[in-house]
Design a protein around this ligand. Structure first.
Ligand code: HXC
Length: 518
Protein backbone atom coordinates (compact mmCIF):
# COMPACT_ATOMS: atom_id res chain seq x y z
CA UNK A 1 0.00 0.00 0.00
CA UNK A 2 1.20 3.49 -0.75
CA UNK A 3 1.52 4.84 2.81
CA UNK A 4 2.36 8.27 1.49
CA UNK A 5 -0.79 8.46 -0.54
CA UNK A 6 -3.23 11.24 0.24
CA UNK A 7 -5.93 8.76 1.30
CA UNK A 8 -3.65 7.07 3.81
CA UNK A 9 -2.95 10.42 5.46
CA UNK A 10 -6.68 11.08 5.66
CA UNK A 11 -7.18 7.61 7.10
CA UNK A 12 -4.60 8.22 9.82
CA UNK A 13 -6.14 11.56 10.66
CA UNK A 14 -9.54 10.00 11.15
CA UNK A 15 -8.15 7.21 13.36
CA UNK A 16 -6.39 9.82 15.50
CA UNK A 17 -9.55 11.91 15.73
CA UNK A 18 -11.55 8.86 16.81
CA UNK A 19 -8.98 8.03 19.49
CA UNK A 20 -8.95 11.64 20.65
CA UNK A 21 -12.68 11.61 21.06
CA UNK A 22 -12.40 9.02 23.82
CA UNK A 23 -9.19 10.26 25.42
CA UNK A 24 -10.45 13.67 26.38
CA UNK A 25 -11.74 14.69 29.77
CA UNK A 26 -14.98 12.91 28.93
CA UNK A 27 -13.60 9.88 30.79
CA UNK A 28 -12.99 12.01 33.86
CA UNK A 29 -16.63 13.08 33.88
CA UNK A 30 -17.76 9.45 33.82
CA UNK A 31 -15.31 8.43 36.54
CA UNK A 32 -16.43 11.35 38.70
CA UNK A 33 -19.90 9.79 38.70
CA UNK A 34 -18.49 6.41 39.79
CA UNK A 35 -19.02 5.02 36.28
CA UNK A 36 -16.69 3.50 33.71
CA UNK A 37 -16.52 4.70 30.12
CA UNK A 38 -18.18 2.70 27.35
CA UNK A 39 -14.77 1.45 26.17
CA UNK A 40 -13.68 0.41 29.66
CA UNK A 41 -16.87 -1.62 29.97
CA UNK A 42 -16.25 -3.32 26.63
CA UNK A 43 -12.68 -4.14 27.61
CA UNK A 44 -13.87 -5.74 30.84
CA UNK A 45 -16.50 -7.80 29.06
CA UNK A 46 -14.62 -9.22 26.10
CA UNK A 47 -11.61 -11.53 25.93
CA UNK A 48 -8.45 -9.47 25.30
CA UNK A 49 -8.15 -8.10 21.75
CA UNK A 50 -11.26 -9.85 20.46
CA UNK A 51 -13.70 -6.94 20.20
CA UNK A 52 -14.23 -5.69 16.67
CA UNK A 53 -16.03 -2.40 16.36
CA UNK A 54 -18.53 -1.88 13.57
CA UNK A 55 -19.53 1.55 12.26
CA UNK A 56 -16.97 3.44 14.36
CA UNK A 57 -16.93 6.30 11.86
CA UNK A 58 -20.60 6.57 11.20
CA UNK A 59 -21.28 10.21 11.89
CA UNK A 60 -24.47 12.22 12.12
CA UNK A 61 -24.57 15.45 10.20
CA UNK A 62 -24.02 18.44 12.47
CA UNK A 63 -27.52 19.74 12.58
CA UNK A 64 -29.18 22.82 13.83
CA UNK A 65 -32.73 21.99 14.83
CA UNK A 66 -35.30 24.55 15.80
CA UNK A 67 -34.71 23.23 19.31
CA UNK A 68 -31.01 22.65 20.02
CA UNK A 69 -28.17 21.16 18.00
CA UNK A 70 -26.73 17.72 17.34
CA UNK A 71 -23.03 17.44 18.01
CA UNK A 72 -20.96 16.00 15.17
CA UNK A 73 -19.12 13.03 16.67
CA UNK A 74 -17.77 9.79 15.32
CA UNK A 75 -20.07 6.93 16.26
CA UNK A 76 -22.93 9.12 17.48
CA UNK A 77 -22.64 8.10 21.14
CA UNK A 78 -22.77 4.34 20.81
CA UNK A 79 -20.09 1.69 20.25
CA UNK A 80 -21.35 -1.45 18.51
CA UNK A 81 -19.54 -4.63 17.55
CA UNK A 82 -18.75 -8.24 18.33
CA UNK A 83 -16.11 -10.19 20.16
CA UNK A 84 -15.48 -13.26 22.25
CA UNK A 85 -16.53 -13.82 25.84
CA UNK A 86 -14.85 -16.95 27.20
CA UNK A 87 -14.15 -17.76 23.59
CA UNK A 88 -17.80 -17.57 22.50
CA UNK A 89 -19.16 -15.06 19.99
CA UNK A 90 -21.17 -12.22 21.56
CA UNK A 91 -22.58 -9.03 20.01
CA UNK A 92 -22.77 -5.82 21.98
CA UNK A 93 -23.72 -2.17 21.96
CA UNK A 94 -22.42 0.24 24.56
CA UNK A 95 -23.88 3.72 24.89
CA UNK A 96 -21.47 6.57 25.58
CA UNK A 97 -23.05 9.01 28.02
CA UNK A 98 -20.30 11.55 27.35
CA UNK A 99 -21.71 12.20 23.91
CA UNK A 100 -25.03 14.03 24.14
CA UNK A 101 -25.91 12.02 27.27
CA UNK A 102 -25.87 8.75 25.30
CA UNK A 103 -29.16 9.97 23.83
CA UNK A 104 -30.63 8.01 20.96
CA UNK A 105 -30.74 9.83 17.64
CA UNK A 106 -31.32 8.41 14.17
CA UNK A 107 -27.74 7.30 13.51
CA UNK A 108 -27.30 5.92 17.03
CA UNK A 109 -30.51 3.89 16.63
CA UNK A 110 -29.51 2.62 13.19
CA UNK A 111 -26.23 1.29 14.59
CA UNK A 112 -27.96 -0.59 17.42
CA UNK A 113 -30.53 -2.03 15.01
CA UNK A 114 -27.78 -3.19 12.67
CA UNK A 115 -25.91 -5.06 15.41
CA UNK A 116 -29.16 -6.60 16.69
CA UNK A 117 -29.88 -7.91 13.20
CA UNK A 118 -26.35 -9.31 12.87
CA UNK A 119 -26.60 -11.08 16.24
CA UNK A 120 -29.87 -12.70 15.18
CA UNK A 121 -28.44 -13.86 11.84
CA UNK A 122 -25.33 -15.30 13.50
CA UNK A 123 -27.28 -16.90 16.36
CA UNK A 124 -25.24 -15.22 19.11
CA UNK A 125 -26.29 -13.41 22.30
CA UNK A 126 -26.59 -9.63 22.26
CA UNK A 127 -25.75 -7.44 25.22
CA UNK A 128 -26.79 -3.81 25.58
CA UNK A 129 -24.64 -1.72 27.93
CA UNK A 130 -27.09 1.08 28.53
CA UNK A 131 -26.21 4.58 29.73
CA UNK A 132 -28.58 7.00 28.07
CA UNK A 133 -30.84 9.99 28.57
CA UNK A 134 -33.34 8.33 26.20
CA UNK A 135 -34.74 9.64 22.93
CA UNK A 136 -32.64 12.56 21.62
CA UNK A 137 -34.93 15.49 22.15
CA UNK A 138 -33.54 17.55 19.24
CA UNK A 139 -34.22 14.82 16.69
CA UNK A 140 -37.81 14.45 17.78
CA UNK A 141 -40.01 11.88 16.07
CA UNK A 142 -37.04 10.36 14.23
CA UNK A 143 -35.59 9.28 17.60
CA UNK A 144 -38.88 7.73 18.62
CA UNK A 145 -39.00 5.81 15.35
CA UNK A 146 -35.44 4.62 16.08
CA UNK A 147 -36.61 3.17 19.38
CA UNK A 148 -39.52 1.48 17.63
CA UNK A 149 -37.07 -0.30 15.30
CA UNK A 150 -35.00 -1.46 18.27
CA UNK A 151 -38.12 -2.75 20.07
CA UNK A 152 -39.18 -4.52 16.86
CA UNK A 153 -35.78 -6.24 16.72
CA UNK A 154 -35.98 -7.17 20.42
CA UNK A 155 -39.34 -8.85 19.90
CA UNK A 156 -38.30 -10.46 16.63
CA UNK A 157 -35.23 -12.05 18.27
CA UNK A 158 -37.04 -13.06 21.47
CA UNK A 159 -36.66 -16.79 22.13
CA UNK A 160 -34.09 -17.14 19.34
CA UNK A 161 -30.98 -15.50 20.81
CA UNK A 162 -30.45 -14.50 24.45
CA UNK A 163 -30.79 -10.74 24.89
CA UNK A 164 -29.37 -9.12 28.00
CA UNK A 165 -29.55 -5.49 29.09
CA UNK A 166 -27.03 -4.07 31.52
CA UNK A 167 -28.10 -0.72 32.92
CA UNK A 168 -25.03 1.36 33.81
CA UNK A 169 -26.47 4.84 34.07
CA UNK A 170 -29.85 6.32 33.28
CA UNK A 171 -32.48 4.50 31.26
CA UNK A 172 -35.28 6.99 31.11
CA UNK A 173 -38.62 7.30 29.34
CA UNK A 174 -39.48 4.81 26.65
CA UNK A 175 -35.84 3.73 26.71
CA UNK A 176 -36.73 1.35 29.52
CA UNK A 177 -38.79 -0.78 27.17
CA UNK A 178 -35.92 -2.29 25.23
CA UNK A 179 -34.45 -3.71 28.46
CA UNK A 180 -37.93 -4.80 29.53
CA UNK A 181 -38.29 -6.75 26.28
CA UNK A 182 -34.97 -8.54 26.74
CA UNK A 183 -34.49 -11.74 28.71
CA UNK A 184 -32.50 -10.42 31.68
CA UNK A 185 -31.77 -7.00 33.15
CA UNK A 186 -28.58 -6.39 35.15
CA UNK A 187 -28.14 -3.15 37.12
CA UNK A 188 -25.37 -1.48 39.14
CA UNK A 189 -26.33 -0.16 42.55
CA UNK A 190 -26.48 3.65 43.00
CA UNK A 191 -25.24 4.56 39.51
CA UNK A 192 -28.02 3.11 37.38
CA UNK A 193 -31.71 3.81 37.34
CA UNK A 194 -34.74 3.08 35.20
CA UNK A 195 -38.05 4.92 35.13
CA UNK A 196 -40.76 5.83 32.67
CA UNK A 197 -41.18 9.30 34.19
CA UNK A 198 -38.33 10.82 36.18
CA UNK A 199 -38.23 12.65 39.54
CA UNK A 200 -38.93 16.03 37.87
CA UNK A 201 -42.19 14.84 36.36
CA UNK A 202 -43.17 13.15 39.62
CA UNK A 203 -42.59 16.48 41.39
CA UNK A 204 -44.61 18.44 38.83
CA UNK A 205 -47.54 16.05 38.56
CA UNK A 206 -47.77 14.60 42.06
CA UNK A 207 -45.93 17.23 44.08
CA UNK A 208 -43.76 14.50 45.60
CA UNK A 209 -40.00 14.66 46.07
CA UNK A 210 -38.17 11.46 45.22
CA UNK A 211 -34.58 10.76 44.26
CA UNK A 212 -33.66 8.81 41.14
CA UNK A 213 -32.51 5.95 43.35
CA UNK A 214 -35.78 5.85 45.29
CA UNK A 215 -37.80 5.98 42.12
CA UNK A 216 -35.95 3.51 39.94
CA UNK A 217 -32.61 2.47 41.42
CA UNK A 218 -31.21 -1.04 41.27
CA UNK A 219 -32.53 -2.03 44.72
CA UNK A 220 -36.05 -0.91 43.82
CA UNK A 221 -36.08 -2.91 40.61
CA UNK A 222 -34.48 -5.97 42.18
CA UNK A 223 -36.74 -6.09 45.24
CA UNK A 224 -40.02 -4.43 44.36
CA UNK A 225 -40.76 -4.19 40.67
CA UNK A 226 -38.90 -7.31 39.56
CA UNK A 227 -37.63 -5.44 36.48
CA UNK A 228 -33.97 -6.21 37.29
CA UNK A 229 -32.92 -9.80 37.87
CA UNK A 230 -29.32 -9.17 38.89
CA UNK A 231 -27.78 -6.26 40.78
CA UNK A 232 -24.18 -5.63 41.79
CA UNK A 233 -22.36 -3.03 43.87
CA UNK A 234 -20.13 -1.65 41.11
CA UNK A 235 -19.70 -1.85 37.36
CA UNK A 236 -16.74 -4.19 37.46
CA UNK A 237 -18.65 -6.77 39.47
CA UNK A 238 -21.71 -6.26 37.25
CA UNK A 239 -19.69 -7.24 34.20
CA UNK A 240 -17.99 -10.14 35.98
CA UNK A 241 -21.44 -11.35 37.08
CA UNK A 242 -22.65 -11.07 33.49
CA UNK A 243 -19.73 -13.12 32.18
CA UNK A 244 -20.41 -15.85 34.72
CA UNK A 245 -24.09 -15.78 33.76
CA UNK A 246 -23.20 -16.23 30.07
CA UNK A 247 -21.34 -19.43 30.91
CA UNK A 248 -24.68 -21.12 31.69
CA UNK A 249 -26.69 -20.24 28.62
CA UNK A 250 -26.59 -21.41 25.02
CA UNK A 251 -25.90 -19.00 22.15
CA UNK A 252 -29.29 -19.55 20.54
CA UNK A 253 -32.45 -21.64 20.58
CA UNK A 254 -31.05 -24.54 18.55
CA UNK A 255 -27.79 -24.71 20.45
CA UNK A 256 -27.22 -26.67 23.67
CA UNK A 257 -26.03 -24.91 26.81
CA UNK A 258 -22.24 -24.96 27.18
CA UNK A 259 -20.75 -27.96 28.94
CA UNK A 260 -18.36 -27.10 31.74
CA UNK A 261 -16.14 -29.75 33.21
CA UNK A 262 -17.23 -30.00 36.84
CA UNK A 263 -14.00 -30.27 38.72
CA UNK A 264 -15.42 -31.13 42.12
CA UNK A 265 -17.68 -34.16 42.24
CA UNK A 266 -20.26 -34.08 45.00
CA UNK A 267 -20.74 -37.60 46.37
CA UNK A 268 -23.83 -39.26 44.97
CA UNK A 269 -24.67 -40.81 48.32
CA UNK A 270 -25.36 -37.71 50.33
CA UNK A 271 -26.46 -38.51 53.84
CA UNK A 272 -26.91 -34.85 54.75
CA UNK A 273 -29.99 -34.66 52.54
CA UNK A 274 -31.77 -37.07 54.88
CA UNK A 275 -31.62 -34.56 57.74
CA UNK A 276 -32.49 -31.33 55.95
CA UNK A 277 -36.27 -31.50 56.28
CA UNK A 278 -37.13 -30.99 59.98
CA UNK A 279 -39.41 -33.47 61.77
CA UNK A 280 -41.80 -30.68 62.69
CA UNK A 281 -43.76 -29.97 59.46
CA UNK A 282 -44.14 -26.32 60.47
CA UNK A 283 -40.44 -25.70 60.93
CA UNK A 284 -38.76 -23.91 58.04
CA UNK A 285 -35.43 -24.79 56.40
CA UNK A 286 -33.45 -23.25 53.58
CA UNK A 287 -34.14 -24.90 50.22
CA UNK A 288 -30.86 -23.44 48.95
CA UNK A 289 -29.08 -25.97 51.21
CA UNK A 290 -30.84 -28.72 49.27
CA UNK A 291 -29.87 -27.13 45.95
CA UNK A 292 -26.21 -26.81 46.98
CA UNK A 293 -26.06 -30.51 47.89
CA UNK A 294 -27.72 -31.68 44.69
CA UNK A 295 -25.85 -29.70 42.03
CA UNK A 296 -22.17 -29.55 41.07
CA UNK A 297 -20.25 -27.82 43.83
CA UNK A 298 -20.68 -24.00 43.87
CA UNK A 299 -22.45 -24.05 40.52
CA UNK A 300 -25.77 -22.49 41.59
CA UNK A 301 -26.32 -19.07 40.01
CA UNK A 302 -29.41 -17.52 41.49
CA UNK A 303 -31.65 -15.23 39.44
CA UNK A 304 -33.94 -12.56 40.96
CA UNK A 305 -32.70 -13.34 44.46
CA UNK A 306 -34.35 -10.32 46.08
CA UNK A 307 -37.68 -10.44 44.27
CA UNK A 308 -40.34 -12.87 45.60
CA UNK A 309 -37.83 -14.86 47.68
CA UNK A 310 -40.57 -17.39 48.51
CA UNK A 311 -39.59 -19.02 45.23
CA UNK A 312 -35.95 -19.61 44.31
CA UNK A 313 -34.95 -19.79 40.64
CA UNK A 314 -31.57 -20.03 38.98
CA UNK A 315 -29.13 -21.98 36.87
CA UNK A 316 -26.82 -24.71 38.06
CA UNK A 317 -24.77 -27.54 36.63
CA UNK A 318 -25.40 -31.21 37.00
CA UNK A 319 -22.35 -33.21 35.92
CA UNK A 320 -21.26 -30.20 33.91
CA UNK A 321 -24.56 -29.56 32.14
CA UNK A 322 -26.76 -26.52 32.75
CA UNK A 323 -30.14 -27.04 34.39
CA UNK A 324 -32.73 -24.51 35.53
CA UNK A 325 -33.99 -24.83 39.10
CA UNK A 326 -37.36 -23.72 40.45
CA UNK A 327 -37.74 -24.30 44.20
CA UNK A 328 -40.26 -23.23 46.81
CA UNK A 329 -38.52 -21.58 49.75
CA UNK A 330 -40.05 -22.71 53.09
CA UNK A 331 -37.98 -20.01 54.83
CA UNK A 332 -40.04 -17.19 53.29
CA UNK A 333 -43.84 -17.02 53.65
CA UNK A 334 -43.63 -20.76 54.36
CA UNK A 335 -42.97 -21.25 50.64
CA UNK A 336 -46.50 -20.25 49.64
CA UNK A 337 -47.14 -19.19 46.06
CA UNK A 338 -48.24 -15.59 45.57
CA UNK A 339 -48.54 -13.25 42.60
CA UNK A 340 -44.88 -12.27 42.40
CA UNK A 341 -43.50 -15.76 42.89
CA UNK A 342 -45.85 -17.15 40.22
CA UNK A 343 -44.73 -14.52 37.71
CA UNK A 344 -41.06 -14.95 38.62
CA UNK A 345 -41.27 -18.72 38.23
CA UNK A 346 -43.22 -18.55 34.97
CA UNK A 347 -40.81 -16.16 33.28
CA UNK A 348 -37.81 -18.23 34.28
CA UNK A 349 -39.42 -21.45 33.03
CA UNK A 350 -40.22 -19.83 29.69
CA UNK A 351 -36.59 -18.74 29.25
CA UNK A 352 -35.35 -22.26 30.06
CA UNK A 353 -37.83 -23.78 27.64
CA UNK A 354 -36.95 -21.38 24.82
CA UNK A 355 -33.25 -22.17 25.23
CA UNK A 356 -33.25 -25.95 25.80
CA UNK A 357 -32.41 -25.82 29.50
CA UNK A 358 -33.94 -28.76 31.43
CA UNK A 359 -35.90 -27.83 34.55
CA UNK A 360 -35.62 -29.31 38.03
CA UNK A 361 -38.44 -28.41 40.45
CA UNK A 362 -37.98 -28.81 44.19
CA UNK A 363 -41.34 -28.63 45.87
CA UNK A 364 -42.36 -27.70 49.38
CA UNK A 365 -45.45 -25.56 49.15
CA UNK A 366 -48.42 -25.45 51.53
CA UNK A 367 -50.63 -23.70 48.96
CA UNK A 368 -51.39 -20.26 47.57
CA UNK A 369 -51.00 -17.27 49.89
CA UNK A 370 -54.49 -16.37 51.09
CA UNK A 371 -55.79 -12.80 51.50
CA UNK A 372 -57.64 -9.84 50.06
CA UNK A 373 -54.57 -8.31 48.43
CA UNK A 374 -53.69 -11.49 46.61
CA UNK A 375 -57.23 -12.09 45.36
CA UNK A 376 -57.84 -8.44 44.40
CA UNK A 377 -54.54 -8.05 42.53
CA UNK A 378 -55.22 -11.21 40.59
CA UNK A 379 -53.58 -14.32 42.03
CA UNK A 380 -55.96 -16.30 39.80
CA UNK A 381 -54.65 -14.64 36.65
CA UNK A 382 -51.00 -14.61 37.73
CA UNK A 383 -51.01 -18.10 39.26
CA UNK A 384 -52.30 -19.32 35.89
CA UNK A 385 -49.11 -18.05 34.29
CA UNK A 386 -47.04 -20.53 36.28
CA UNK A 387 -49.41 -23.36 35.36
CA UNK A 388 -49.31 -22.35 31.72
CA UNK A 389 -45.53 -21.98 31.60
CA UNK A 390 -44.89 -25.38 33.18
CA UNK A 391 -47.31 -27.15 30.89
CA UNK A 392 -46.17 -25.34 27.76
CA UNK A 393 -42.49 -26.15 28.40
CA UNK A 394 -41.30 -29.11 26.34
CA UNK A 395 -37.80 -29.37 27.83
CA UNK A 396 -37.08 -32.19 30.27
CA UNK A 397 -38.97 -31.54 33.52
CA UNK A 398 -38.33 -33.30 36.83
CA UNK A 399 -39.99 -32.63 40.17
CA UNK A 400 -38.83 -33.75 43.60
CA UNK A 401 -41.41 -33.25 46.34
CA UNK A 402 -39.41 -32.57 49.50
CA UNK A 403 -42.25 -31.93 51.90
CA UNK A 404 -45.56 -30.13 51.37
CA UNK A 405 -47.48 -30.51 48.16
CA UNK A 406 -51.02 -29.42 48.82
CA UNK A 407 -53.96 -28.54 46.65
CA UNK A 408 -53.59 -26.32 43.58
CA UNK A 409 -49.94 -25.85 44.42
CA UNK A 410 -49.39 -29.62 43.98
CA UNK A 411 -50.81 -29.35 40.48
CA UNK A 412 -48.96 -26.18 39.54
CA UNK A 413 -45.45 -27.29 40.49
CA UNK A 414 -45.00 -29.55 37.47
CA UNK A 415 -47.22 -32.40 38.64
CA UNK A 416 -47.29 -35.62 36.65
CA UNK A 417 -50.58 -34.90 34.91
CA UNK A 418 -49.45 -31.40 34.03
CA UNK A 419 -46.53 -32.84 32.09
CA UNK A 420 -43.79 -33.71 34.60
CA UNK A 421 -41.48 -36.30 33.03
CA UNK A 422 -40.23 -37.77 36.28
CA UNK A 423 -41.85 -36.97 39.61
CA UNK A 424 -40.10 -38.17 42.74
CA UNK A 425 -40.99 -37.66 46.39
CA UNK A 426 -39.02 -37.94 49.58
CA UNK A 427 -40.54 -40.01 52.41
CA UNK A 428 -41.17 -36.67 54.18
CA UNK A 429 -43.61 -35.60 51.43
CA UNK A 430 -47.16 -34.58 52.33
CA UNK A 431 -49.34 -34.82 49.24
CA UNK A 432 -53.08 -34.11 49.57
CA UNK A 433 -55.90 -31.74 48.68
CA UNK A 434 -55.19 -29.66 51.77
CA UNK A 435 -53.18 -29.68 55.00
CA UNK A 436 -54.36 -31.79 57.96
CA UNK A 437 -55.75 -28.86 59.99
CA UNK A 438 -57.84 -27.55 57.10
CA UNK A 439 -59.08 -30.99 56.12
CA UNK A 440 -60.17 -31.82 59.68
CA UNK A 441 -61.88 -28.45 60.06
CA UNK A 442 -63.89 -28.92 56.84
CA UNK A 443 -64.84 -32.57 57.28
CA UNK A 444 -65.33 -32.75 61.07
CA UNK A 445 -66.58 -29.29 62.03
CA UNK A 446 -69.90 -30.51 63.40
CA UNK A 447 -68.34 -33.47 65.26
CA UNK A 448 -65.69 -31.23 66.80
CA UNK A 449 -68.34 -28.74 67.98
CA UNK A 450 -70.21 -31.55 69.72
CA UNK A 451 -67.08 -33.18 71.19
CA UNK A 452 -66.35 -32.99 74.90
CA UNK A 453 -62.60 -32.81 74.20
CA UNK A 454 -62.29 -31.17 70.75
CA UNK A 455 -58.50 -30.69 71.08
CA UNK A 456 -57.85 -34.38 71.67
CA UNK A 457 -60.27 -35.33 68.92
CA UNK A 458 -58.62 -32.94 66.48
CA UNK A 459 -55.15 -34.25 67.34
CA UNK A 460 -56.25 -37.80 66.67
CA UNK A 461 -57.94 -36.86 63.36
CA UNK A 462 -54.82 -34.98 62.19
CA UNK A 463 -52.68 -38.03 63.01
CA UNK A 464 -55.02 -40.33 61.08
CA UNK A 465 -55.09 -37.90 58.12
CA UNK A 466 -51.30 -37.79 57.97
CA UNK A 467 -51.03 -41.56 58.18
CA UNK A 468 -53.76 -42.41 55.70
CA UNK A 469 -53.93 -39.48 53.29
CA UNK A 470 -51.20 -36.81 53.45
CA UNK A 471 -48.16 -38.97 52.73
CA UNK A 472 -46.24 -39.86 49.57
CA UNK A 473 -47.20 -43.53 49.52
CA UNK A 474 -50.81 -43.02 48.46
CA UNK A 475 -49.65 -41.01 45.42
CA UNK A 476 -46.90 -43.58 44.75
CA UNK A 477 -49.34 -46.50 44.78
CA UNK A 478 -51.76 -44.72 42.49
CA UNK A 479 -48.98 -43.69 40.05
CA UNK A 480 -49.32 -39.94 40.57
CA UNK A 481 -45.62 -39.86 41.34
CA UNK A 482 -43.03 -42.15 39.83
CA UNK A 483 -41.17 -43.14 42.97
CA UNK A 484 -40.61 -42.37 46.62
CA UNK A 485 -36.84 -42.08 46.93
CA UNK A 486 -34.26 -41.98 49.69
CA UNK A 487 -33.13 -38.32 49.86
CA UNK A 488 -29.53 -39.51 49.97
CA UNK A 489 -29.68 -40.75 46.37
CA UNK A 490 -31.53 -37.75 44.91
CA UNK A 491 -28.58 -36.43 42.93
CA UNK A 492 -27.96 -39.81 41.37
CA UNK A 493 -31.67 -40.15 40.54
CA UNK A 494 -31.97 -36.77 38.83
CA UNK A 495 -28.71 -37.22 36.91
CA UNK A 496 -29.99 -40.50 35.52
CA UNK A 497 -33.48 -39.10 34.85
CA UNK A 498 -32.11 -36.11 32.90
CA UNK A 499 -29.86 -38.49 30.96
CA UNK A 500 -32.90 -40.57 30.04
CA UNK A 501 -34.65 -37.40 28.88
CA UNK A 502 -31.73 -36.09 26.85
CA UNK A 503 -33.40 -36.65 23.50
CA UNK A 504 -36.91 -35.72 24.60
CA UNK A 505 -38.84 -34.39 21.66
CA UNK A 506 -42.37 -33.05 21.83
CA UNK A 507 -44.19 -31.71 18.83
CA UNK A 508 -46.39 -28.79 19.84
CA UNK A 509 -49.74 -28.50 18.08
CA UNK A 510 -49.75 -26.16 15.08
CA UNK A 511 -51.12 -22.76 16.02
CA UNK A 512 -50.14 -19.14 15.67
CA UNK A 513 -49.39 -18.93 19.38
CA UNK A 514 -51.04 -19.87 22.63
CA UNK A 515 -52.68 -17.25 24.80
CA UNK A 516 -50.78 -17.22 28.10
CA UNK A 517 -52.88 -15.32 30.68
CA UNK A 518 -50.90 -12.05 30.84
C1 HXC B 1 -30.66 15.07 24.16
C2 HXC B 1 -29.72 14.83 26.23
C3 HXC B 1 -30.77 13.98 26.63
C4 HXC B 1 -31.80 13.72 25.67
C5 HXC B 1 -29.43 14.17 28.26
N1 HXC B 1 -28.93 14.92 27.27
N2 HXC B 1 -30.57 13.60 27.89
N3 HXC B 1 -29.67 15.37 25.01
N4 HXC B 1 -31.71 14.29 24.45
N5 HXC B 1 -32.83 12.89 25.95
C6 HXC B 1 -27.68 15.73 27.29
C7 HXC B 1 -27.79 16.93 28.21
O1 HXC B 1 -28.40 18.00 27.54
C8 HXC B 1 -26.34 17.18 28.52
O2 HXC B 1 -25.76 17.84 27.42
C9 HXC B 1 -25.74 15.78 28.55
O3 HXC B 1 -26.66 14.95 27.85
C10 HXC B 1 -25.60 15.25 29.94
O4 HXC B 1 -26.85 15.40 30.63
P1 HXC B 1 -26.96 16.06 32.07
O5 HXC B 1 -28.36 16.41 32.28
O6 HXC B 1 -25.95 17.14 32.21
O7 HXC B 1 -26.51 14.83 32.97
P2 HXC B 1 -27.10 14.37 34.37
O8 HXC B 1 -27.17 15.52 35.30
O9 HXC B 1 -26.27 13.21 34.76
O10 HXC B 1 -28.58 13.90 34.09
C11 HXC B 1 -28.81 12.78 33.24
C12 HXC B 1 -30.32 12.66 32.95
C13 HXC B 1 -30.87 13.99 32.40
C14 HXC B 1 -31.05 12.30 34.23
C15 HXC B 1 -30.47 11.51 31.97
O11 HXC B 1 -30.02 14.41 31.34
C16 HXC B 1 -32.25 13.85 31.90
O12 HXC B 1 -33.21 13.89 32.69
N6 HXC B 1 -32.39 13.70 30.59
C17 HXC B 1 -33.69 13.50 29.99
C18 HXC B 1 -34.23 12.16 30.36
C19 HXC B 1 -35.59 11.87 29.74
O13 HXC B 1 -36.60 12.41 30.17
N7 HXC B 1 -35.57 11.07 28.72
C20 HXC B 1 -36.77 10.63 28.10
C21 HXC B 1 -36.77 11.19 26.75
S1 HXC B 1 -38.29 10.64 26.02
P3 HXC B 1 -24.57 18.88 27.59
O14 HXC B 1 -24.40 19.44 26.21
O15 HXC B 1 -25.02 19.88 28.59
O16 HXC B 1 -23.41 18.08 28.05
C22 HXC B 1 -37.98 9.07 25.57
C23 HXC B 1 -39.13 8.42 24.89
C24 HXC B 1 -38.65 7.25 24.11
O17 HXC B 1 -36.99 8.51 25.77
C25 HXC B 1 -39.89 6.60 23.63
C26 HXC B 1 -39.64 5.32 22.98
C27 HXC B 1 -40.95 4.64 22.77
Amino acid sequence: MDTNGRYFKAFEKRVEALKGQFNSDRAKRQHAKGKLTAWERIELLFDADTFEEVDAFVTPEAQQFSFGTVEKSYGDGVIVGHGKVDNRLVFCYAQDFTIMGGSLGVVHARKIAKIQEMALKMGAPIIGLIDSGGARIQEGIASLAGYATIFHNNIHASGIIPQISVIMGPAAGGAVYSPALTDFVFMTNHTSYMFVTGPNVVREVLNEDVTSDELGGAEVHARKSGVAQMIFEDEENTILGLKKFLSYIPSNNVDNPPYVESNVATPDINERLRDIVPDDPNKPYDVKDVIELLVDKNSFYEISEQFAPNIVVGFARLKGKTIGIVANQPKVLAGTLDINSAVKGARFIRFCDAFNIPILTLEDVPGFLPGLDQEHFGIIRHGAKLLYAYNEATVAKITVILRKSYGGAYIVMNSKNLGGDFNFAWPTAEIAVMGPDGAVAVLYRKELEKSEDPDAMKKELVRTYREEVANPFVADEKGYIDEVIDPAITRMKIVSAFEALQNKWVKAPARKHGNIPL
